[in-house]
Structures are given as structure tokens and as C-alpha cells.
Design a protein around this ligand. Sequence first.
Ligand code: SF4
Length: 324
Amino acid sequence: MSTHVKPNIFVSACIEYESCRFDGSMIADDYVKRMKDVVNFIRVCPELSIGLGAPREAVRLVKRKGEDQKLLSSVHGYDYTEKMDTFTEKYLEKLYRRDVDGFLMKAKSPTCGVGDVKVYRDVGKAHLESARNDGMFGGAIKAKFPDHPIETERRISNYNIRENFFTHVFTMAAFRHMKDDFKYKDLVEFHAKNKYLYMSYNQEILKKMGQIVANHDKLSHDEVLDAYQKHLRKLLHGEPSQKRRVNTLQHLYGYFKDKLDTPEKEYFFDTLDDYIDHKIPYSNVLYLLRGYAVRFKEDYLLKQTVFQPFPKELTVMMDSGNKL
Ligand code: SF4
């Protein structure tokens, strides 16, 4: 049973929940299925919400010469732009008050998509204007929640993207939970247990966050939390490079270097080399170090989130093999 705080994640309703796509289908997605037990999903289908049925005529984004971009039905050209605008504005206002930690959108949808949506020059058989746009609803989410992690079900089929997304939403959910009934010592504890996770992302921001927690400028609690949250988001929007991860592993190893015998030390460095040579994943080296932490009763290390930043139930090694 996971002890992680459940993040609130918005998901396009057609992924694993409702048969609301234009052809009356639902998208089965193994990762979203796994997430159901460990996150709180908030879901909606914007196209059903503006009164369209399922099945229905597909919609598309259209940019005709000299006109604003519109959301039109693909064959008959019925215009849903205004309805979608009105729905989106009202819905996102409500969503803003619900402490959402991240978004999982349907890839390529002219409504929900982000960054991979086609825009056509007209309805029917028409040329493409461009193919890397946001859907109407997806684009509005990006504008309203610029600091939140926003991914598609297609992108999280990639191992690294998925790992970063999970780490981001579960860390932010834990931070939100800590803020709810705030006592200063909770922030000190939160920072301490995330130290090596932060180190694997960005050592400079980790240092800055340490200074914020130390609060030499005697800021109010709200100011400290605001500054900390801003830096936490900045840090989590980055990616842990292999160089930073190796540095983190070497810091963790430092706790045991005087306690291990020579063959154990050699085994650690062989394992580290295997990771550097891309023969084994990062988690293998972490497992080895966690074993040492158990053996030598390093309680401070055993609390480190770097060993399990999100629930084990979500750990799946394989990529889908889809091209992104
Ligand atoms: S992509 Fe969005 S609008 Fe389209 S069916 Fe899915 S939830 Fe509905």
C-alpha cells in the first residue's frame, strides 16, 4: 500500500474512462489504468460538454486565409469555436480552485491535444497549415497553468518522460499536503528528505532552496513557502541528467565508503560504471545503495524520496516503442 500523497490529476475523459471519442470509442491506456489506484483523477470531455454526442462528426482546427483559427466539424464545417471558448473559460475557473497537480491530455486531439495538433486550411479535403499546435482546450490549460506538468498519454509511454511526470506530480502533491497544516519544522523535514532527489535534478537550485528554508532574511511563513514552491517547480521542470545522477549516487555512496570491504566497494563502482555505460538503469544503483542503508541503519537515507519518488505500483520499465 502506497504511503505517497495522492496527486490530483486532470485527464481527458476518453482515456480509460468514457467512450466519448468521435467514433464512440475509448482509449485503453495501461499507465492511466495503473494510476487509478494511486492518484485522484478529475476528468471531463469538453466536446460532450458542449453538447456533441458520441459517435459524432469529427472536429478539426481550421485556419482559413484572413480568418481567426476555428474549431469546425471536419466535413460540414459547423462552427463550435464560441461554445468551446465559453465552456473552457468556465470549466478552467472551477478547476483552478481544485489544487490540480498535473494534466494528462489526449494526444493530437483538436480539443485536448498539446503541442501535436494539426491545423488545416479548410474542412473536407484540405491542406495542412501546421502540425505542432495546441488544441483549443489543451492550449487554454497551458495558458492557465503555465507552471504545471502537462503531458499526453502518448508521451508518457516513454520511460523518461513518464518518470519525470510521476516524480513531478507526486512531489508537488506531497508539498501541497505539507502546506495544508503548516509548521516550520515540516518544511525543514520536507527539504531534508528530498535532498538527494533535488540533487539529481539541479544542485544550484537545491542550494538556493536550502537558503530559503534557512530563512536568514526572516521572511513570513507565506513568503518562505511561496519562494520555496517557485524554486521547486523550476527544479522539477528540469530533467535529471546522467552526470547529476552519478554525482548524487557518489554522494549517497559517501555514507558507506568507510563501512564496506574492498570487494563490496569494487562491486559498487562496477555497478556505477554499468549505469554510466547504459547497461543498467539508474534504479539498479539506487537499489544497491538502499540495501546498504538498510544494513547500516542509515535512517536519514532511508527516508530519502530519491529511492522511491512515486508509488512502486507505477514502476514499469518498458517503453511502448511509439515514436513521439
Ligand atoms: S480528446 Fe478530449 S474532447 Fe476528444 S473525446 Fe477525448 S476528452 Fe473528449
